[in-house]
Write a protein that binds this ligand. Structure first.
Ligand SMILES: [Mg+2]
Length: 242
C-alpha cells in the first residue's frame, strides 16, 4: 500500500478525537463531590480507576450483545455504589447514571491536536467509526463542535451497522459510505486490536494513537508485525500520510 494514495481518513471518536477519559474523570469527581458523604471522601484516583473498570466491563458486554445500552448504564451505576452499601433498583440506577451524565457532559472537549490535524490532511474525505449508539456518539460530536470539521453524516456507529470494531464489516461499511476503497483509507484509533489492527485487517492503513505512552513492548511489536504505525499525537498524522 502506498501511503500517498490515502484519499480518506477515518477516526475513532472516544480518546482519539474526543477527550473521553478526561471528561469521565472530571465528571465522576464532580458527581462524587455533589453526592457528599463517604463517596465524596473516597480516594479520587482509586474511584476513577474503579469507574473506568466498570465502563470497560459493562460497555463491552453491551458491544458483545450481552446486555442492551440501558442495562450497561444501570450495571455501572450499581457497581459503583455497591461498596458503599447502596442498592439501586432499575429506575434509581437509571436516574443515578443520568445525573452522572450531566457532570460528564459539562466536561466534554476535543483533544487539542484535532483541528490542526484535520486542516492539514484536507482535502481528504473524513469520517468517524465508533462503537456505540449513533444518537449518543453524535451528541458528543455536536456538543464539541466537531461537526464543523467532520460531517455528522459520516459518523458510522456500531449501533446502526449491527457489528462493532474490530469486525472488518464496519470498516468496509465506512469505506463504502465515503466511496473510497479500504486500501485508500487510513483509520486512527487508540485501541490496538479494536481499532488499529481491526482496520489493518480490513485492508486500511490502521494507525494506533498512544496518547499516554502506555503501549507495552509486546503491543508495539504486534503493531509492527501488523503493519500498524504508532503515533503519540495527531500532529504526527499528516507527515505519515505524505
Ligand atoms: Mg477509543
Amino acid at each position: 500500500m502506498t501511503r500517498r494514495g490515502i484519499r480518506a481518513v477515518l477516526f475513532d471518536l472516544d480518546d482519539t478525537l474526543f477527550a473521553h477519559r478526561e471528561s469521565v474523570e472530571a465528571g465522576i469527581h464532580s458527581y462524587r463531590a455533589a453526592l457528599g458523604g463517604p463517596l465524596a471522601q473516597a480516594e479520587p484516583a482509586a474511584e476513577f480507576a474503579r469507574w473506568n473498570a466498570l465502563e470497560e466491563e459493562h460497555y463491552h458486554r453491551y458491544l458483545a450483545g450481552e446486555v442492551d445500552f440501558r442495562e450497561q448504564r444501570r450495571a455501572r451505576a450499581r457497581g459503583f455504589v455497591a461498596p458503599y452499601g447502596i442498592e439501586l433498583d432499575d429506575e434509581a440506577a437509571e436516574a443515578w447514571f443520568e445525573t452522572y451524565l450531566g457532570y460528564y457532559e459539562t466536561s466534554w472537549r476535543l483533544h487539542d491536536d484535532v483541528a490542526e490535524c484535520i486542516a492539514a490532511i484536507a482535502p481528504r474525505a473524513l469520517g468517524i467509526i465508533t462503537n456505540g449508539e449513533l444518537a449518543f456518539q453524535s451528541s458528543k460530536v455536536l456538543g464539541t463542535g466537531l461537526e464543523r470539521l467532520i460531517p455528522v453524516e459520516n459518523i458510522i456507529a456500531s449501533g446502526v451497522v449491527g457489528v462493532a470494531k474490530p469486525d472488518a464489516r464496519i470498516f468496509e461499511v465506512a469505506a463504502a459510505h465515503l466511496g473510497v476503497p479500504p486500501e485508500e483509507c487510513c483509520y486512527v484509533g487508540d485501541r490496538l486490536h479494536t481499532d488499529a489492527i481491526g482496520a489493518a485487517r480490513a485492508g486500511m492503513l490502521g494507525v494506533l494513537i498512544d496518547r499516554r505512552g502506555v503501549a507495552t513492548r509486546e503491543q508495539l511489536a504486534e503493531a509492527e508485525a501488523e503493519g500498524v504505525p504508532v503515533i503519540r499525537t495527531l500532529a504526527e498524522l499528516p507527515a505519515l500520510l505524505g
